[in-house]
Design a binder for this molecule. Structure first.
Ligand SMILES: Nc1ncnc2c1ncn2[C@@H]1O[C@H](COP(=O)(O)OP(=O)(O)OP(=O)(O)O)[C@@H](O)[C@H]1O
Ligand SMILES: [Mg+2]
Length: 419
């Protein structure tokens, strides 16, 4: 706009000068110059007010003309959605970049049914090719694990870049992760409700008994109130664990920033748990007197070790539980590890990968009688992930269990030996 005003200014000066020269002899040249200058400037301002700024950026496009050759294909190529084009005979004639990434075995020239054999998909593409019917189909395949796809099938008219006949075009969306997330959410709700329903049903049952035939039985009342108290505590623990899980998840993507002294925090946790140990259990803190500074959330680090020590106490029975500095491990480069090791019955290998799943328990009945909700290690895993660390689980039947938590050593970390 500035450029155009300057141009009009020049025009006004030139027009004014020419006018002034032409009438120089008869009138006052400067008056004529001023009048013409003003007229041209007013004209320029009116034009500017009516000007469409979009014209500055976009060249004029004649929308009645066909798009340049190759434009359609270039557009398909860059589409983020996976698209394939299928000939009337059912051969794949084109797959864009997203389709090649999504379906590595996509080959131009292959029959489309080689991609997905799901009958719903095959029928829908045939219906499009034979009867010109557009449709949307969802289906599951089991090739390479369960995968869920959503497809929309439409038509490319004759005379397109793909030739003189109508082709089918298929948009393919991989919904596997979405479905898994949905399933996890519904499993979680089902598990949580189940865990709450059992103690609740038990409390309601005892209330009925106390209001009914045990109304005047003092001994039964004592006993039932005790059981009800335990069930209520179990529900409270579950609600606490669920809330703490949801709190951790809500800031999972924000890495902790505050520097804190790792061994000191763990030392404090161990000391705080000493008086709560059952008879025969021994907590042995073997951490050296070192200042290891990590960027972490003090309360969450404390919770990690409370949960691990609690498990060792609960499942290993009596015997020493050692808290120790882990030897450097090439699988966890630039990290420092602290292990919690017990000498209990250990865990079978097949369970190890699943221990951190919510509500997963090796022996549900045993965990419940010990007051477990099956969320302790899921909480540990979430906290460790938030700290960009790792949880290593080593265990074998009859050989005890060792849970090692690795925290990243950051550039500005300070390791000073004070021993
Ligand atoms: N040190 C261990 N020795 C043997 N088994 C263990 C040990 N730690 C955990 N497990 C097994 O892993 C399961 C999952 O542990 P997790 O801490 O997540 O749940 P929980 O202890 O049952 O309940 P919560 O910790 O929520 O009270 C336990 O039920 C138990 O079967
Ligand atoms: Mg536990």
């Amino acid at each position: 706009m500035k450029d155009r005003i300057i141009l009009h200014l020049y025009l006004a000066v030139i027009a004014g000068l020419v006018g002034a020269i032409l009438v120089f002899m008869k009138e006052s040249g400067w008056l004529v110059f001023g009048a013409i200058f003003l007229i041209v400037m007013v004209f320029a301002l009116i034009r500017e007010a009516l000007h469409d700024p979009v014209e500055d950026f976009e060249p004029e496009i004649d929308l009645t003309q066909p798009l340049p050759p190759g434009f359609g294909r270039a557009l398909l190529e860059e589409m983020p959605l996976a698209l394939i084009v299928i000939s009337p005979k059912g051969r794949v004639v084109y797959g864009n970049n997203a389709a090649i990434n999504l379906l590595p075995k996509l080959e131009v020239g292959d029959h489309f049914a080689n991609l997905f054999r799901a009958p719903a998909f095959v029928d829908a593409v045939n219906a499009a090719l034979e009867d010109g019917e557009s449709s949307s189909v969802s289906f599951m395949t089991t090739q390479g694990g369960d995968r869920y796809f959503e497809t929309r099938i439409g038509l490319v008219p004759a005379g397109s870049e793909f030739g003189d006949v109508v082709h089918a075009i298929v948009e393919i969306e991989d919904r596997t992760r979405h479905r898994q997330a949905e399933k996890m959410r519904s499993d979680f709700i089902a598990n949580a409700s189940h865990e709450l329903r059992t103690p609740l049903a038990s409390i309601i049952g005892y209330i009925d008994t106390l209001q009914g035939h045990a109304k005047n039985d003092a001994a039964a009342r004592e006993k039932f109130l005790d059981i009800m108290g335990k069930q209520a505590m179990r529900m409270q623990r579950l609600v606490d664990d669920l809330m703490s899980l949801s709190r951790i998840e809500s800031n999972a993507h924000i890495a902790p920033k505050d520097p804190c002294s790792l061994y000191d925090i763990v030392g404090e946790t161990v000391a705080a748990m000493q008086p709560l140990l059952p008879d025969g259990a021994v907590l042995d803190n073997q951490l050296p007197s070192k200042q290891i500074s990590v960027r972490g959330d003090r309360d969450q680090i404390n919770q990690v070790f409370v949960n691990l020590i609690d498990n060792a106490v609960k499942y290993a029975g009596t015997g020493p539980i050692e808290i120790a500095e882990a030897a450097p491990n090439p699988n966890y480069p630039n990290m420092c590890g602290i292990s919690v090791q017990d000498h209990g019955p250990g865990i079978e290998k097949e369970h190890l990968n699943r221990l951190t799943e919510r509500f997963y328990r090796v022996n549900t009945a045993q965990s419940r009688t010990k007051g477990g909700t099956g969320l302790g290690l899921a909480i540990v895993k979430h906290i460790v992930n938030r700290h960009q660390g790792a949880l290593q689980i080593e265990s074998a039947l009859g050989k005890g269990s060792k849970f090692t938590v690795w925290f990243p050593l950051q550039e500005n970390i300070s390791i000073k030996s004070v021993a």
